[in-house]
Design a protein around this ligand. Structure first.
Ligand code: PMP
Length: 422
């Protein structure tokens, strides 16, 4: 497939080229003096002006501690903070904003579940299931939990084209796990997992399901109620919001029954010298002063994404993915990982360029203004599965366009010329 380099409007309701005007980072020349071609949204996304301005305004005119002050300014800050919680709930289809717990990031959300729900409900001899496709954040907390309580951790393996091995999955859930932990979209390969189907099967086997939606929520419609899962975790910084804020969603009855993860101020109803009584959910899990302005910034990011429409975001990235995959596929010496079928492959392309270390690739790309991630993407078991120490990963978002796809393929060829490859 030929890659067109015109400023044509990509299907979906918006133009990535035009949206770049909303992101101040694209005003900045790169070190090499070239236009910045940002292809690393999977690590963290740039922030649109509306998020930056909303946060500056919140700090400037609406800032006080939340849930404490009996004065108008504090009530104003609390209102804005709670509106952000409502925005997160609406964005992921949670039945109630009371089920949204603000945390720092997806990693903290998973640890919260592993410590609070896990240490209460997983016992010696029990089974927890995760997959070889996960980010380390959805592996290591389960390794720690199962080791500590004497439970077993089983992994669902991967097919050669980067999908979950469904036979493995069936075999694992047939053993009656307490919990199944799986990502909706892989950060390392871009695979979109059939999470509604997996959830239904896990439930039928009596397991709860934790979904890692850190790479799904920013890029496609996600409805946790429709999927039917029990917990879901996300990070604000991957979805146009600030770093330092993320969310855990959990079904109310589960959150109500779980002990607090951290204790201290805000999470209590009453403290005496003898003990303490916990606050209700979600405050029970939000000890101490939260990331107030970061939450408000996340709310603004959600407003921006909602205005674009998540179905359009998905369509936009799917179009870029199809063009990039086809163009890269034609380049000799480039090995592409993952399914490649746009129906089950998000806007993340992991590749190996024969004979060139990904760190060298990324350095050459950088000299051309193209920012990609080189490394194991915090998914070393995925790298092990495909016999690679690292890959070069390009990931698309709303501000990318076909010129960025061309910049990527040009950079691959430039790299091969430089290293005398294919
Ligand atoms: N899960 C997935 C699928 C991810 O891509 C990431 C971040 N790369 C995480 C979890 C962890 O996110 P954070 O570092 O924001 O906690």
């Amino acid at each position: 497939m030929a890659v067109e380099t015109s400023k044509q409007v990509i299907p979906g309701a918006f133009s990535g080229t035009a949206l770049r005007g909303d992101f101040p980072v694209f005003d900045r020349p790169t070190g090499s003096g070239q236009r910045l071609v940002y292809l690393d949204a999977a690590a963290s996304s740039p922030k649109p002006r509306t998020v930056i301005d909303t946060m500056a305004d919140a700090y400037g005119h609406h800032y006080a501690n939340v849930h404490r002050g009996i004065y108008e300014l504090s009530e104003d800050a609390t209102r804005r903070f709670e509106q952000a919680r409502k925005a997160v709930a609406g964005f992921i289809g949670a039945p109630s904003e009371r089920e949204i717990v603000f945390v720092r990031n997806a990693t903290e959300a998973i640890n919260l579940v592993a410590y609070s729900w896990g240490r209460t409900n997983v016992h010696s001899g029990d089974l927890v299931v995760t997959t070889q496709l996960e980010h380390h954040a959805n592996i290591v907390p389960w390794q720690q939990l199962t080791r500590e309580v004497g439970a077993e951790l089983a992994y669902v393996g991967l097919t050669d084209d980067g999908q979950l091995n469904l036979d493995d999955f069936e075999a694992a859930i047939a053993r009656g796990p307490r919990l199944v932990c799986v990502s909706a979209v892989s950060n390392a390969l871009g695979t979109i997992n059939p999470v509604a189907e997996l959830t239904a099967k896990a439930h039928a086997a009596g397991a709860l399901v934790l979904l890692d939606i850190a790479q799904a929520a920013p890029h496609m419609p996600v409805d946790v109620s429709a999927i039917g899962c029990d917990f879901a975790v996300l990070s604000g910084h991957k979805m146009l919001g600030p770093s330092g804020i993320g969310a855990l969603w959990g079904r109310r009855e589960l959150l109500d029954a779980m002990p607090p993860f951290m204790t201290g101020g805000n999470m209590i109803l009453r403290v005496t010298l003898e003990g303490a009584e916990w606050n209700t959910v979600p405050q029970k899990f939000e000890a101490g002063t939260p990331a107030i302005v970061e939450a408000i910034g996340l709310g603004a990011a959600i407003g921006y994404l909602n205005a674009l429409g998540m179905a359009s975001v998905r369509e936009h990235e799917r179009y870029l993915f199809e063009h990039a995959w086809a163009a890269l596929h034609e380049i000799e010496g480039v090995r592409l990982l993952g399914p490649g079928d746009p129906a089950i492959h998000a806007g993340v392309i992991s590749m190996d360029i024969e004979g060139i270390h990904p760190h060298d690739v990324a350095t050459v790309f950088d000299s051309l203004g193209v920012a990609v991630r080189a490394g194991h993407h915090c998914a070393q078991p995925v790298m092990d599965r495909y016999g690679l120490p690292a890959t070069t990963r390009a990931s698309f978002y709303v501000y990318n366009d076909l010129d960025d796809v061309t910049a990527l393929t040009d950079a691959v060829r430039a790299c091969q010329r430089l290293f005398g490859g294919a």
